[in-house]
Design a protein around this ligand. Structure first.
Ligand code: GAP
Length: 494
């Protein structure tokens, strides 16, 4: 069963992952701020995505384009004319809804054709007796809904000091267009051959009519996008190259989410029907995650054909082609676009990592994050904070380990509680310094110079000599299984 959203929202606030934006002013339901742990988690997601899809592949390069672009970009891309959602208003309570979302809700109808009988009509259906569709507001239940109007989701702003039509521009609603308009710059600078991709991570803005479900749908969010350029005249195993690459990217993206911890049973694919496809797409497949509100889009992988490059060539008057030396012809590449939301990915990783477990009759909450995603990798904890040698050893250790991994020191509670706190934020390893480590100088005892490492998921503990700590953590962070590393050291009692 999926973790309830309110549980995650509350944990996220309490432990400093995510706060509501401008909360002291009453907040906004459409923007969120990432706190000390949230920013680490988000950076980790972006870092591993960039490493896996850009730095480790031979056929990818990166880009960081500006958010504000020439206004004609959005005319050429079709966003000025097509980036709209149908919107309806309640005449009574003045609330606003997406017409297509309202269709997804069942509704109550007093049917005049049957002398005012009351019917519960299923989502998306009309009354079987009078043929009427929902006309009343789903929130207040009283107000008539207006007819749907198209509402453009782009945020408008002005470039320069004068607020006039000529200076209107938009906050980008997707990072993709920054890649398309730089296609030729990247090609000239890197001398790439098809197929190759350009990736970008950055903010995007959409004036969503109904933002909601925490960070799932917001008005300001981040995207991790790839535009992968393919020669449509090539064939791979008898198929057009763009179709083959599209399938490969769908596989790679789904496997990436699984690799960093999402349960495969919580993921599935949705093939867009013809009437669902965006104006630019030949085929689109969404990867859905089972969020608490139901199966919803985590990311989309579209075959955008040559639509964008052709449009920008038409509007800018510049050639956006690749010269095929073998065939001696200019080619407008087809584009496969894996497009993921950073915030949505983060929400899925949080939900999937969340567990409530019972340990020796006590409840423990644990975020079983993949170690690469965990905001804090190691917590150094003193067993007794009144012993200066223990505390000094802890501080020394924290400084040493923090050179390579995010490491914190905490002495604000007894050890059991300190472990629970680290479990709750997903810290994979705790290091504890105790009396046995440092000995007792007054009695002339030097201690065994070993510390306890506790692993979050198994809660097993081992005793490791201080000089070997970096080596042990290097192995663990590099992906060596805990059981293989732990086998070389004596167990410590929990
Ligand atoms: N360039 C293609 C594109 O932008 P999209 O399906 O509109 O396609 C891609 O967006 C991804 O961006 C989505 O799958 C989702 O993860 C994320 N996303 C889109 N709108 C969002 C919003 N309002 N809030 C949070 N994430 C959003």
């Amino acid at each position: 069963m999926s973790t309830p959203m309110d549980v995650i929202v509350s944990l996220a606030k309490r432990r400093g992952f995510i706060f509501q934006s401008s909360e002291i002013y009453g907040g906004t339901g459409s923007c969120w701020d990432y706190g000390p742990l949230g920013v680490e988690l988000k950076n980790n997601i972006k870092r591993v995505w960039w490493r896996d899809f850009v730095q480790q592949r031979g056929d990818m390069v990166g880009l960081d384009a500006s958010i504000l672009m020439h206004a004609t970009v959005w005319k050429a891309s079709g966003h000025v004319d097509n980036f709209t959602d149908p919107m309806v208003d309640c005449r009574e309570c003045k609330r606003r809804f997406r017409a297509d979302h309202i269709d997804e809700l069942p509704w109550t109808h007093f049917c005049e054709a049957t002398k005012g009988n009351k019917f519960q009509i299923p989502a998306g259906e009309a009354c079987r007796h009078c043929g009427q569709r929902r006309t009343l507001c789903p929130e207040c239940g009283k107000g008539q809904l207006t007819a749907p109007r198209q509402f453009n989701l782009m945020f408008k702003t002005f470039m320069g000091p004068v607020e006039e039509d000529a200076s209107v521009t938009y906050l980008r609603p997707e990072t993709a267009q920054g890649i398309f308009v730089n296609f030729d710059n990247v090609l000239q600078a890197t001398r790439r051959k098809l197929p190759f991709g350009i990736a970008q991570i950055g903010k995007a803005f959409r004036n969503e009519i109904t933002p909601g479900n925490f960070i799932f749908r917001t008005r300001e969010f981040e995207q991790m996008e790839i535009e992968f350029f393919v020669n449509p005249h090539e064939r791979i195993d008898g198929r057009p190259a763009d179709e083959d690459w599209h399938d490969r990217w769908i596989e790679d993206c789904q496997r990436w989410f699984e690799r960093y911890g999402l349960d495969p049973a919580h993921l599935k694919r949705h093939e867009h029907a013809h009437d669902e496809l965006a104006h630019y797409a030949k085929r689109t497949v969404d990867i859905l995650y089972e969020f608490p509100m139901g199966w919803s889009e985590l990311m989309g992988i579209a075959n955008r054909t040559d639509f964008d490059l052709k449009q920008h060539a038409k509007f800018s008057g510049k050639s956006l082609t690749w010269f095929d030396e073998e065939r001696k012809e200019h080619v407008v590449p087809f584009v496969i676009e894996p497009s993921a939301g950073v915030d949505r990915a983060l929400l899925a990783f949080l939900l999937d990592a969340y567990r409530e477990e019972e340990v020796r009759g006590e409840k423990r909450t644990v975020l079983r994050f993949h170690p690469e995603l965990a905001p804090v990798k190691i917590a150094v904890l003193p067993l007794l904070k009144k012993r200066p040698e223990i505390v000094a050893t802890c501080h020394d250790l924290r400084t040493r380990l923090a050179r390579r991994w995010i490491t914190l020191y905490d002495d604000t509670a007894a050890i059991g509680r300190l472990y629970r706190r680290q479990d709750e934020v997903g810290t994979p390893y705790c290091v504890t310094v105790d009396v046995k480590t440092v000995g007792d100088a007054e009695k002339g005892e030097t201690g065994d110079q070993r510390v306890t490492i506790r692993e979050r998921d198994s809660m097993e503990q081992i005793r490791v000599p201080l000089p070997e700590l970096e080596g042990v953590f290097a192995k663990l962070m590099d992906g060596t299984a805990w059981r293989d590393v732990a086998a070389a050291y004596p167990r410590a009692e929990g």
